[in-house]
Design a protein around this ligand. Structure first.
Ligand code: 5GP
Ligand code: ZN
Length: 107
């Protein structure tokens, strides 16, 4: 998926403010933050959206969800945070590589 902007961030072809990375996922700062902390957590493997997730993505999605509180706490969101997954054009999705928004205000 060479024209996918988030795949290019995974491949380090486009710079991003990376705050967490492992073999399967990457988390970086949203370029147009809508909260004092606004991060995007993505799988390194490309799939368009939650509606395109397949059974082989089930464990990865679980790992990502388990990683969210850890990343949020590291970003200072110790009093809570919001998560958002926009899915499809009708769901407000603009970048078609699955991503979890993590947003909040540090205490
Ligand atoms: P969506 O509307 O698809 O759920 O959210 C896409 C998000 O990606 C938006 O909040 C937008 O600001 C962010 N975004 C789009 N292009 C880039 C980029 O090149 N770098 C970063 N860091 N964020 C981006
Ligand atoms: Zn992609």
């Amino acid at each position: 998926m060479t024209d996918c902007i988030f795949c290019k961030i995974v491949d380090k072809q486009i710079p991003a403010g990376v705050v967490y990375e492992d073999d399967e996922m990457l988390c970086f700062k949203d370029i147009h933050p809508s909260a004092p902390v606004h991060l995007l957590l993505i799988p390194k493997v490309h799939f368009d959206s939650l509606a395109h997730a397949r059974p082989e993505h089930e464990a990865l999605l679980g790992k990502m969800m388990m990683k969210v509180p850890e990343i949020a706490a590291e970003a200072g969101l110790t009093n809570g945070f919001k998560t958002l997954i926009n899915t499809g054009k009708g769901g407000g999705q603009e970048v078609f590589h699955l991503h979890v928004h993590i947003m909040g205000r540090p205490v």
